[in-house]
Every structure is written in structure tokens, then in C-alpha cells.
Design a protein around this ligand. Sequence first.
Ligand SMILES: *Cc1c(COP(=O)(O)O)cnc(C)c1O
Length: 354
Amino acid sequence: MKKHNFSAGPCILPEEVLQKAAQSVVDLDGSGLSLIEISHRSEAFVAIMEKARTLALELLGLEGKGYKALFLQGGASLEFLMVAYNLLESSAGYINTGTWSQKAIKEASAFGKVVEIASSEDEGFNYIPKGFAVPEGLDYLHLTSNNTIFGTQFKKFPATSVPLVADMSSDIFSRPLDYSMFDLIYAGAQKNMGPAGATLVVVKEEILGRVTRKIPSMLDYTVHIGKESMFNTPPVFAVYTSMLTLEWLQRQGGIAGIAEQNEKKARLLYSEIDLNPLFDGYAKKEDRSDMNATFTLTEPALKDTFDAMWKAAGINGLNGHRSVGGYRASMYNALSMESVGVLVDVMSDLERKA
Ligand SMILES: *Cc1c(COP(=O)(O)O)cnc(C)c1O
């Protein structure tokens, strides 16, 4: 039986994407060759890379606006330092909203001055800082749009005159925004786009080339742009499967179409968390993530009962991050409303039984 997969990452992908990807590993479109045994310079793969890059820009509404999309390796974690390598000349601003922001700050600190513009550490990262001023003259401002571990999400973004950089690993392609307010967006594929192994980077070309340091080729966005994301052998399976997911997303009505589903799923789960006295939400209501809902049991003694119940219902991946505990339900694009319904039923069953 297929499980209801609430895993935070790697995470659920659309069934039809998995089927097609599996088939292409054996035989790509009837070519008699596997996707993973053909040259990345072949016509077939060049077309796949091209399609993936174009679709990413199209879905974000950034086509023809001076942006390039790249599929790189090293995960979002490599972008923590690559962003700084390419953009940080004297000082950069960072908003600290949790573990991933902190890791980005740590890496950037090796390249220049990092100014913590705002932080929600004082309350265990359960909210998104607001009302802070962003100084002029920074090389860029970096933020994490969705905090996968704590379950908070920026609903509004700070107004700033400096380039805005966002780690969107866990909410890329999940909600309509004016994406042109960002100058650089990065996201590890494995949260809302595809298998691990590829990282999407969308960058406005005009912000590049401003630092004086020498950048090693593999870490230089300009080099990757010049080689159309094929400077070296790209992670072909991850790029191909991401392309399939982006095509699937297009069939769902693009970001606007999927966002409607995502909002419904989040509303259903959060209303159960709020109405059911056995559960407490972790994040402040106004900052709750539509992707990762974090919650705890109000009666810890019920843990074993609850755990047995959701497992019996075919639910996977509900444990909170090891640094936070409690529970986390990740509701990425491919998770169905039905799966959220199953979880909510288990939660209300627990209330009836307790
Ligand atoms: C998972 C995650 C990362 C780390 O991604 P890797 O691809 O494993 O390096 C970074 N930022 C956010 C917001 C994440 O959710």
C-alpha cells in the first residue's frame, strides 16, 4: 500500500513522475538507452536540461527578466558559501530564522562581514521577525523563506534596496509571489522538486561580477551560466526528474493552481491543531508555514498511542526534527488533500479515545 508521506525531505513526489522516471532509467522515451547511460551532451539530454531551466523560469514568472536558471550540485548547503563567494565583497545582511539561516551565516562569515539584521532566536525561532530596518550599502540581504525545521514562513518580505537572496529550499514553487523582488533564489531539489542531487539556482545576471576575489570555476555562477549549466557532468537523473515534476506542476495550473491546494491542506491541518485540545501548534499563527506544520502533544503520555495510530493509518515521516521534537507534517506540492484528511482523522480519533 502506498503510504501517506509527510516526510520533510527527501519527500513525496507525484506518483506519475516516479513512474515515468523509473521507466526512463530503463529506457528513455523508447530510445533503447537508459537516461543514466547516455551522454549529457547528447541531443536528448541537452533538451532535458534546456526544458528544466526554461520551465523553472516560466513557472516563477521570471522569463525574459534578466534571470538565468541553473541546476548545480552540492545541495542548498553549498549555496550557503557559493552565494557569499560570488556576492560578498564587504558586508552582507542575514535574517536569522533558524538552523538553516545559521548555517548560511556560518559559511558566509568566511568571506566577509556578516550583519545579523534580525533574529527570532529569542523565542526558539517560532516566529518571523518583522519591523526591522535594513541598512543601505550591504552587498545583499539573505533570508530563508520557509523554515523547514521550525515551521515558520515569510508571508511578506522586507523592502530593501540591496539585492535580495532567498533560500527557498522548502517552499519553492509552492505559492504565488512576485519573484522578481528576489535577485537570487536557491533550493535543494529534494523538498519540492525532485530527488536529491540537484540544486536550483535562479539568479539575476546583473548582480554578478561585482566582487574582486578570484572565484574557482566550479563555484562561479558566471561560469555555469556561460556553459548553460553543463560546465561538468550534471546530475542527470535529478535534473530529469525535476523537469518531470515541473511539467506536472504546469499541468496543475502552475504555482497559482498548486497554491490553492496547498492553502486548503494547510487550513485543514491547522484548524485541527487549533480545535483539538490534545495538540499545540509550535509556530506563531501569523507566521505558520503552509509547507511544514510543527506541533506537539499537550499530554505527552499519549505519545505511544498517537504514534501507533498514525503509523497504523499508513502515515510516514511525522516525527519532528531531532532538534525540536514533537511532530512535523510536511505538506509539499505532491501531497494529496486525502493524505492530510487521514492525518486529521487520526488526530480527532485520538481526542475521542483519550
Ligand atoms: C533542507 C534544507 C537545506 C539543506 O539542503 P541540502 O540540499 O541538504 O544542502 C537548506 N535550507 C533549507 C531551508 C532546507 O530546508
